[in-house]
Design a protein around this ligand. Structure first.
Ligand code: NAD
Length: 361
């Protein structure tokens, strides 16, 4: 069979990552088109990655018969609209995290894709990160006995683009942006159990001049069966991206530092080109990582999704995964707003964006 034709929506940070990741494992998929609204950006992206077609409107790209699946790398508030447009055009959808802004949007996206008979794939790359996959394999083999606590942290110095800081476009702060990874991770690691309750402590410690959003978030999740997840998310850690996990059971534990644990401890007085995502400097002591996209799991994720489109594999991360994460995000913001634990199911209606549950409880 031919390679799956991928159309990318967006032409900056994550779009570059997706194009490079598809090219890293080119046996199953190829990027055939890109759509991005700013004049010249899609064309420049196409030139940069050798993509044959570029568009300034994603709806135009959806008419391109070579595009079988779109990868949405646009700001969060656009995910639902673009997904529904794609489903109506009969295209499969890979949606970047978080799935969307509201739970109603999550329902509409899942419904639109199911009616159209297309896949809605939720791009949680931590399910494919080699170190984390190894940790889960060991846990599933029983290496740690009964796992009762899973911790995940993702921390950096704050997002690269202005829209992340504007909660109207992003839906929330560090919890929404980074906590969505940890929520998905703990749930997946433990075998996708029901979430029983959520408690969160949120604050804006450093960036109050720039955002209404939370820049520090600690979320505690209680799962059916009693295991706990702890998710730490921060926009206040200079020095480059930090992503790590800890897993504890009655017979053992494991620790994995995805990036610094795979880096070259380096000292340079003059600096060099690039160390790791969000590192502002390469002088002094730094931790340059090799095969960064591979360590995150992006090429492996895109290969899995392409194989799902061809019916060769069953999605391990779909719209339902995104909706579970969305409900926990709602519960976490509401918990911080009320100062108490929230039990699930938790589906308040008419919420414009998750962060409102914290700011206007
Ligand atoms: N999985 C991950 O680890 C990861 C990492 C970074 C970003 N993301 C997610 O990817 C998405 C994009 O983030 P980013 O960092 O690439 O942001 P970015 O600001 O770097 O890029 C956003 C792109 O979307 C384009 N865009 C804006 N309006 C559009 C529209 N109407 N139609 C089509 N394109 C439009 C912009 O022109 C830009 O090219 C976000 O949802 C973000 O949360 C995921």
């Amino acid at each position: 069979m031919t390679k799956v034709g991928v159309g990318i929506v967006g032409s900056r940070f994550q779009a570059d990552c997706i194009a490079t990741s598809v090219q890293a494992l080119p046996d199953e998929a190829e990027v055939v088109a890109v759509a991005s609204p700013s004049p010249g950006n899609a064309a420049a992206f196409a030139e940069r990655h050798g993509v044959p077609s570029s568009y300034t409107d994603h709806r135009e790209m959806l008419r391109d018969p070579r595009v079988e699946v779109i990868s949405i790398s646009a700001p969060n508030y656009l995910h639902a609209r673009i997904t529904i447009d794609a489903a109506r055009a009969g295209k499969h959808v890979i949606c970047e995290k978080p799935l969307c802004i509201t739970l109603e949007e999550a329902d509409e996206m899942i419904d639109a894709c199911s009616r159209a008979g297309v896949l809605l794939l939720y791009a949680e790359e931590l399910f494919f990160a080699p170190k984390y996959v190894k940790a889960k394999q060991m846990a599933d083999e029983g290496a740690f006995g009964r796992v009762h606590l899973v911790k995940q942290g993702e921390k950096h110095s704050g997002p690269h683009a202005d829209w992340f800081w504007d909660v109207k476009q992003s839906g929330g702060g560090a919890l929404m942006d980074l906590g969505c990874h940890g929520i998905a991770f703990c749930w997946w690691f433990l075998g996708k159990p029901k979430v029983k309750s959520v408690y969160a402590q949120l604050s804006t410690q450093v960036h109050a001049n720039r955002t209404e959003g939370d820049d520090e978030a600690i979320t505690i999740i209680e799962f059916e069966g009693g295991a706990m997840g702890i998710v730490e998310s921060s926009w206040n850690r200079p020095g480059g991206m930090d992503d790590s996990i800890e897993v504890f059971g009655d017979k053992g534990q494991t620790y994995a530092d995805m990036l610094m644990g795979n880096s070259l401890p380096t000292y340079s007085e003059v600096g060099f080109g690039y160390a790791v995502e969000k590192a502002s400097s390469t002088r002094g002591w730094t931790y340059p990582v090799f095969e960064e996209h591979w360590n995150y799991g992006f090429p492996q994720e895109m290969r899995h999704f392409a194989r799902c489109v061809r019916g060769k594999e069953t999605p391990i991360s779909d719209g339902e995964t995104g909706r579970v994460v969305q409900e926990v995000l709602y519960a976490a913001y509401a918990s911080a707003g009320r100062g108490s634990k929230i039990t699930l199911p938790f589906r308040p209606t008419g919420i414009a964006r998750p962060i409102d549950l914290w700011k206007r409880p």
